[in-house]
Design a binder for this molecule. Structure first.
Ligand code: F6P
Length: 564
């Protein structure tokens, strides 16, 4: 049993009761953003925040001063600040795995060596020891000093991992593509579906390819299967090309030159045949979905260089410091987390859209899905007792304007209300004109139009005034009061991206703390993994088939009947 104090039931706090009362009053009066904006010329100022590279406008949320005040009170009553400080200090707040939660240590500067000793470990010194090794390795690959088995420089990196060992690196690789300056392109293979690997190796020359196997545990079925497949592909193709003679020594040398690994389990890495010299470690106190700023980001250092990675880390760190040092009332990270609680638990809005108006952020929603839903999609609290209220919104999204032509209909007029975060940057690396029209402005005009339409809507009278036939008026009315947060930045730099990721990590933390969750375990993914092992033999083994339920049996029968 953990000695972490039991979670405080949020529903039993004074703040919760006051929030419920306030919610009922607001609804009785009728919530109207239009009216709130008209009555209060300082609303936008009061609800806007500047944090380093990012500007936040919370004014189009369904909150007033009293709601915010009570939400802060709730955060205090459930001890968000105390748990945050405990997390930063390395207390084992991940109770079900008895681990510290120290992703914030991954971005502490080297000057803080010696200031954080956890379980006898100088955490910051360890982090920088691995960072320095990664930087040195990446520089050798980038400069061409590191050569493949036939003496050619590396031009492609194939990173193999899944979940936290994939989504973060892919998202950042896509986001920072304009910074790729070494002529090295990265591909990411995650799915155990053989089609993923088959497509990713297309056009790849193994002589110029470096494979990075990324797995915290080095036991994950998908990653290890793909790693073996990549090994076979690399060795067979090299042999076919006459690049190696196929002897054991030639194969071992090829693996040494073309395979590196990132893991907390360096013993298994060595057993796989990877030279321990080419393995980069991290620690059990880094959760998979919080690991992109550890050695898991190796492909990014190769693509963008150590300096850019340092900038990314400093963006994370600046947001960590802001979250820790800013009183909750003015702390936009805490407020965004608490507003999510407000929507989830009082309004019953159980999904949350993330809509980047930046094509480079096209994998950001997918990344956030793991971060938020693997962290907070839980029904049991950190002391093993059941949760007392709804937890974990469903996060989803697509980059604008693609989403506008797909699901925005539902966001504007559907019966579900979907709070949404709109994210955009003022400057683009690809300024473009269409005639006299700045295309980036056309793009951001859409961002502003959508957030305005969602907040203020369009009344029946406005629709009528356009000459719409009366029976069709209701179909064209937009009720408004659909909440959004706008996040703007100067440019999508490594530093700004680090801040943005840390922002959502801490929002997830705030919500998880209110709900009493251990946001750092993921037991919910285990049953499926176990059953897959049990079921897979049933495709060809009758005894294994006989043990299955009727539906599984019927589906396997269909498979057997149709498999060529
Ligand atoms: O999906 C479960 C999970 O454990 C994630 O939390 C993790 O990011 C992913 O699998 C990959 O795990 P590993 O890095 O150990 O291969």
């Amino acid at each position: 049993m953990s000695d972490i104090p039991a979670p405080i039931d949020p529903t039993k706090t004074d703040a919760w009761a006051a929030l419920q009362k306030h919610y009922d009053e607001l609804n009785a009066e009728g919530i109207s953003l239009k009216k709130w904006f008209a009555d209060d010329p300082t609303r936008v100022d009061r609800y806007s925040f500047d944090v380093n590279d990012l500007h936040f406008d919370l004014s189009k949320n369904l909150v007033d001063d009293k709601a915010l005040e009570l939400l802060v009170q709730l955060a205090r009553e459930v001890k968000v600040e105390e748990r945050r400080d405990a997390m930063y200090k390395g207390v084992h707040i991940n109770t079900t795995e008895d681990r510290a939660v120290l992703h914030t240590a991954l971005r502490r500067p080297a000057s803080e060596k010696g200031t954080l000793i956890v379980d006898g470990q100088d955490v910051v010194a360890d982090v920088h020891e691995v960072l320095d090794r990664m930087y040195a390795f990446a520089e050798r690959v980038r400069s061409g000093e590191w050569k493949g088995v036939t003496g050619k420089r590396i031009e492609h990196v194939m990173s193999i991992g899944i979940g936290g060992s994939d989504l973060g690196p892919v998202m950042i690789y896509e986001a920072l593509k304009p910074y790729a300056d070494a002529g090295i392109d990265c591909r990411y293979t995650s799915n155990i579906d053989p089609n993923d690997m088959a497509e990713k190796v297309k056009g790849l020359d193994p002589e110029t390819t470096l494979v990075i196997i990324v797995s915290k545990t080095f036991t994950t079925l998908e990653t290890l299967t793909n790693a073996r497949e990549a090994k076979t592909w690399l060795l067979d193709t090299l042999q076919k090309q006459g690049a190696i003679d196929g002897s054991d020594e030639s194969k071992a040398e090829a693996i040494r030159k073309h395979f590196v690994a990132v893991s907390t389990n360096l013993k298994l890495v060595e057993e796989f045949g990877i030279d321990p010299e080419n393995a980069f470690g991290f620690w059990s106190w880094v959760g998979g979905r919080y690991s992109v700023d550890s050695a898991v980001g190796l492909s990014l250092i190769i693509a963008f260089g150590p300096k850019r990675f340092e900038e990314l880390l400093s963006g994370f760190h600046d947001m960590d410091v802001y979250f820790q040092d800013t009183p909750l009332e003015k702390n936009v990270v805490a407020l965004m987390g608490m507003i999510n609680v407000w929507y989830n638990n009082f309004f019953g809005f159980d999904t949350h859209a993330v809509l980047p108006y930046d094509q480079y952020l096209h994998r950001f929603p997918a990344y956030l899905q793991q971060l938020t839903m693997e962290s907070n999609g839980k029904s049991t609290r950190w002391d093993g007792t059941p949760v007392t209220c709804a937890t974990g919104e469903i996060f989803w999204g697509e980059p604008g304007t693609n989403g506008q032509h797909a699901f925005y209909q539902l966001i504007h007029q559907g019966t579900h209300k979907v709070p949404a975060d709109f994210i955009a940057f003022v400057n683009t690396p690809n300024p473009t004109k269409d005639g006299d029209q700045d295309v980036h402005e056309l793009f951001l005009g859409n961002f502003l139009a959508q957030t305005k339409a969602l907040a203020f809507g369009k009344t029946a009278d406005e629709v009528r005034a356009e000459g719409t036939a009366e029976w069709m008026v209701p179909a064209r009315v937009f009720e408004g009061n659909r909440p959004t947060t706008s996040i703007l930045g100067e440019a999508l730099t490594p530093h700004a991206l680090g801040e943005l990721i840390a922002l959502y990590e801490h929002i997830t933390f705030v919500e998880g703390t209110v709900w009493g969750l251990d946001s750092y375990d993921q037991w919910g993914v285990e049953l499926g993994k176990q059953l897959a092992k049990q079921i897979t033999p049933a495709f060809h083994d009758d005894a294994a088939l006989a043990e299955q339920d009727a539906s599984t049996k019927a589906l396997i029968a269909y498979y057997r009947a149709h498999r060529e």
